[in-house]
Design a binder for this molecule. Structure first.
Ligand code: PEP
Ligand code: MN
Length: 263
């Protein structure tokens, strides 16, 4: 079902006024985690002003260490809903487990399945049945085929609204967090009718390389990028080192607008 087929047009996903997969470029931006109301509303305003089309932010965070900030849970979802109300951007947020799925589904416009759950098929099927668009990250060691098979689970449930997201795969070099597999973009475009976006923030782990690799993703044919943005990256509770300042997000979007018509 995920395969490209001559009789099937590219899947276009509609979220409010925005479309993903129709040839336009979408930038999804926001903090790694919702930390408090002031933080999120202020970042959401900057994200909106920059021209990004969707707001990201985690309320339930799948952290490597149990001692790290785990997210605000429902409180974080409520803050995301307030930000949506105030700035008018749809929100994408991660669902980490079945237990919190009903809650996350109540607030999110797009449900994110993270790299750690990329082959958690029971969870994936249950998320699919909610019927909302799903941002499906590539597993950190998933092959292209495994990733498309995870998408297949969603499509088999009758939910066609899948946005694939390349977020880097495990490599040997600790200079970056992962290896951004840019080649996944043209390969997915060749193999599948589903839209694909790229998350350079989690792939690289350092904000300094996020703008150029985002542009590379767009040139490679991606339908957009998802990037982490923070107004005070040094004080961020999660992923500050890879978060762009709002002014850098503006630079990124200006650059994307310049190349958008050519790619
Ligand atoms: C995220 O986007 O917040 C995240 C945790 O990403 P990933 O699942 O790709 O690590
Ligand atoms: Mn993050």
């Amino acid at each position: 079902l995920a395969s490209r087929n001559p009789n099937k047009k590219n899947t276009v996903i509609k979220i409010g006024n925005i479309k993903i997969g129709d040839g336009s470029i979408n930038v999804i931006a926001g903090p790694c985690a919702v930390e408090n109301r002031d933080q999120l509303i202020s970042i959401a305003r900057a994200v909106k002003k920059s021209g990004a089309t969707m707001l990201r932010g985690g309320a339930f965070k799948p952290r490597t260490s149990p001692y790290s900030f785990q997210g605000l849970g429902e409180e974080g979802l409520k803050i995301l809903a307030q930000a949506r109300e105030k700035v008018g951007l749809p929100i994408v947020t991660e669902v980490t487990d079945e237990e919190s799925l009903p809650l996350v589904a109540k607030y999110a416009d797009v449900l994110q399945i993270g790299t750690r759950n990329a082959q958690n098929f029971n969870l994936i099927k249950k998320v699919a049945r909610i019927g909302k668009p799903i941002l499906l990250k590539r597993g950190m060691s998933s092959t292209i085929e495994e990733w498309l098979m995870a998408a297949e689970y969603i499509l088999l449930e009758g939910n066609e609204q899948v946005i694939l997201c390349e977020r880097g795969v495990r490599g040997f070099d600790s200079f970056t967090r992962n290896i951004l597999d840019i080649t996944a973009v043209p390969i997915i475009k060749h193999l599948s009718h589903l839209p694909i976006i790229v998350d350079p923030s989690h792939a690289i782990g350092k904000w300094r390389y996020v703008i150029k690799t985002s542009l590379a993703a767009i040139v490679a044919g991606a339908d957009g990028v998802i990037v982490e943005v923070h107004n005070k990256p040094k004080e961020a509770l999660c992923d500050g080192a890879q978060s762009l300042l709002p002014e850098k997000l503006e630079v990124l979007i200006k650059n994307i607008k310049e190349i958008e018509g050519y790619v």
